[in-house]
Write a protein that binds this ligand. Sequence first.
Ligand SMILES: C[S@@+](CC[C@H](N)C(=O)[O-])C[C@H]1O[C@@H](n2cnc3c(N)ncnc32)[C@H](O)[C@@H]1O
Ligand SMILES: CC(C)=CCC/C(C)=C/COP(=O)(O)OP(=O)(O)O
Ligand SMILES: [Mg+2]
Length: 291
Amino acid sequence: MTTESTTTASVKIPAPATPYQGDIARYWNNEARPVNLRLGDVDGLYHHHYGIGEVDQAALGDPAHSEYEKKLIAELHRLESAQAEVLLDHLGPVGPGDTLVDAGCGRGGSMVMAHRRFGCKVEGVTLSATQADFGNRRARELRIDDHVRSRVCNMLDTPFEKGSIAASWNNESSMYVDLDDLFAEHSRFLRVGGRYVTITGCWNPRYGQPSKWVSQINAHFECNIHSRREYLRAMADNRLVPQTIVDLTPDTLPYWELRATSSLVTGIEKAFIESYRDGSFQYVLIAADRV
Ligand SMILES: C[S@@+](CC[C@H](N)C(=O)[O-])C[C@H]1O[C@@H](n2cnc3c(N)ncnc32)[C@H](O)[C@@H]1O
Ligand SMILES: CC(C)=CCC/C(C)=C/COP(=O)(O)OP(=O)(O)O
Ligand SMILES: [Mg+2]
């Protein structure tokens, strides 16, 4: 479909490519969970991904203290930002003249971090006009809107020119698309020698099939979690050669265990904790070279 349907103010929003993408656009347009907004308010970096690393018990202090919940929120946010830092660590050498693509950029927290680290341009795409507006407003407030831009766009069909992008990533956004279509598009706009990185949750082929916990996560987020095998096969078929694969499952469990004790629980914590513990689900980083 190529028609442009909706308009908000004067900005034209492309019609969703499929009914499913329309569902996902609505989902994220309506999302305003405190677990995301309150964490983002800590320092103005708004994430829609999870955290990694050890919990700093000293920073949390005494659970009976009146400030404990505030400290817990800051700690969850610190772990989410640490996750994004690890993703950026794997993008390879990026210079200020380069352009990066954040595929499925959410509210844009990782894009701001990437610009701060590399001084480069960062282009984000999301299905949600609310998220794109939010990200662009933050970029204006930070006076980096000449370098950081979000747009409503299908990550499977982007306007970026062939071979024009130094590095690109999907941070917890690849479970909404067909992986062959996704990697074909990254491969098209990445320059040869460029880097692709994903951090994702995937089901573990060693478990057999997706567990009931994985099915619960799919239902909760209206997504379709792929297996680790599918990632590697689709990369191999699309000129993306894994350079590094890190199993981040042990690193993300402390985040979930801490989150399960907070007032901001959403009800999905048990599914993540149980599936990571029973081995049916894994949290992985894959960094691949575009060859
Ligand atoms: C869980 S959020 C992750 C956001 C961001 N990567 C982060 O780390 O904060 C998933 C994102 O994927 C986006 N998304 C899903 N399918 C998409 C598609 N086909 N094209 C562009 N964005 C998509 C959603 O709009 C949403 O912004
Ligand atoms: C690892 C997997 C399977 C992720 C699914 C995609 C997803 C919804 C990520 C987190 O978004 P969020 O930050 O909006 O979620 P929450 O509200 O739970 O923090
Ligand atoms: Mg979140």
